[in-house]
Design a protein around this ligand. Structure first.
Ligand SMILES: [Zn+2]
Length: 169
């Protein structure tokens, strides 16, 4: 993950067609980051993931192993996708959902991940956004919408402090 994975007005990848979701009646937005405070939190969240997972051999191994088994068991194409593969992806684009009262915290559609504004106003916003990203990365890897597969990635990947046990979807 690097600046190329963040939707900013300057990032040409962000100029995509409207993303369609399968949730009728819910307007999900995949916009760019124009608020410097939110952009800073997002950049720090990516650094937090790097520090807690990539730079920690024990956590990195448990996180990679979790992603591989989960993606093989829950993914539509049954393809093993390690956390490393997600982290090194150049396809993923992290977008902004500019609604403090959005019905979801975040959503992943194809290679587009959108993080709702309410995540950025939490007291522990950096850890919270980082954990939300790990959850969405698990969906990108294959975690389905009906299990606890995405959320259960958090304790396996060093984010037990922002884990919601039992959360489905
Ligand atoms: Zn989810």
């Amino acid at each position: 993950m690097n600046g190329e994975n963040i939707a900013t007005p300057q990032n040409t990848k962000a100029r995509h067609e409207e993303v369609k979701t399968k949730y009728p009646g819910i307007t999900v937005k995949f916009e760019t980051y124009t608020n410097i405070d939110y952009l800073t939190i997002l950049a720090r969240a990516l650094l937090e993931i790097d520090n807690r997972i990539i730079k920690n051999e024990t956590v990195k191994n448990s996180c990679n192993a979790y992603f591989e088994v989960m993606s093989r068991d829950q993914g539509i194409d049954k393809q093993m996708v390690s956390f490393k593969k997600v982290w090194e992806s150049k396809q993923i684009l992290i977008c902004f959902w500019p609604e403090p009262t959005a019905s979801f915290f975040a959503m992943t559609v194809g290679d587009y991940i959108t993080i709702a504004e309410k995540n950025f106003t939490k007291p522990n916003a950096v850890a919270w956004v980082a954990g939300t990203l790990v959850h969405e990365f698990a969906h990108w890897a294959g975690a389905n919408q009906f299990s606890t597969g995405a959320e259960d990635a958090l304790p396996m990947c060093g984010f037990r402090d922002v884990y919601t046990p039992g959360l489905r979807g």
